[in-house]
Design a protein around this ligand. Sequence first.
Ligand code: SAM
Ligand code: SF4
Length: 470
Amino acid sequence: MINCALGMSKPFDIELERLTDPAAYSEGRSTATGQRGTFFLETFGCQMNDHDSEKVAGLLLSRGYQQVETPEAASMILYNTCSIREKAAQKVFSRLGEFREKQSEGKVIGVLGCVAQQEGEDIFKRAPWVSLVCGSASYSKLPEMLAQLEAGNSRVTGLDTDTDDTFETPVTRRDNPWRAYLTIIEGCDKACSYCVVPFTRGPERSRASDSILKEVRQLAELGYSEVQLLGQTVNSYADPTSRRMRFSELLLAVAEVEGIRRVRFTTSHPSEFTPDIVEAIEREPKVCDHVHLPVQSGSSRVLRAMQRTYSREEYLEKIAMIRGAKRPIGITTDIIVGFPGETEAEFEETLSLLDEVQYDSMFSFKYSPRPNTPSLSMSDSISEEEKGRRLAALQDKQREIQALKHARMVGERFEVLVSGKSRRENQWTGYTTSHRMINFTSQERELLGTYVQVKVTGATPNGSVGEHVE
Ligand code: SAM
Ligand code: SF4
């Protein structure tokens, strides 16, 4: 999707030009600009899904397909899905229902991602108008699968998870003109008892450090200044090459690439969050001072039942280590309320953890039973109403914490990467290195993609406001 409203910077235009120029990238295949060669790709889910979609789009563009902005204009509709919670998976099927009539217009409908992996061929039963089902571990086989469809096969699947492959493409079509996402580790070897990811994304596979660094250099040349390294447990990174680079060494090596000004990473697992990562942040200002460290619960008993591999006390030791860094590091988290058997007292422990840690921000969820997961056999004893009450109480507490944090920022100066322009005149949005969003005023005509100093002048319930200063 080309987002003209953002006023794309030059580097992004250059890349899109390259990507949409089939002559530059098509691999011997005829450039299909006719009915069959257009695709509409819709994404639902997390950053990893967004980035997978960028790679899928890059792969298809490199094969001569063209991306279009609406399902109506496409000969192929691809839906990259999320199944992390039941509601998400239900949403996928209702959206697929909306695509039903498109098949009778001769369009190919494909389901990608976690729901594809989880439901497999059952998707053909629930949505017979679908003809392609491909899980995230099989994306590299997409061109073959599309060729099978073109050859007349009416249904094709790619559902292997026992792969050593990481999904690398010669080109990735990126939606954000300043921040590039890079998956450095695919899949997950943890076994959190509530989570479908190990089933939908397969076992952990780390990408070779030289390949990561090569891509970062290319990105820098294209004008990207911020990269975000992605993985379900990004800090479990295990370099498969003989260099055996540690995750913290990789962070520093990425930061060294000329043109890169910010290096982010997400999501970190507390068990593998080691002191050398904090040392890398301390040593290299380009490594952003933000750690997303999901805790899931403040109760050690619940954490055990979740198979999270750390206790409340061990988690708090990690927090103390991060808080002890020479420069302040923002900490954010994920929390699940209403896990099977979570008592009121255990939920209170989660509330008290919020008081203790003082997170900068939080994603919070009601527990949702998922297929194949160990917690499915535990009685989901807490009513939806009670889960809702706990979620609201948790969010109220976090709102209070954030309001105080925002108030404390007033008067401080921050460097922000400007990533949005409001329709209101002279209003801009930027992110600090610790990923705090600041809406600010500036008389400048063009700031998108640049780094500027902003002084915080006020706090709103949701964030900070400020003004551009020299
Ligand atoms: N790998 C990351 C980690 O371990 O923190 C998280 C990946 S998951 C895509 C994002 C978040 O979804 C999790 O941190 C968890 O809070 C939430 N989540 C996962 N499974 C869930 C479930 N069955 N019910 C509710 N929330 C869930
Ligand atoms: Fe799921 Fe746990 Fe793996 Fe995160 S670490 S993806 S929550 S199994």
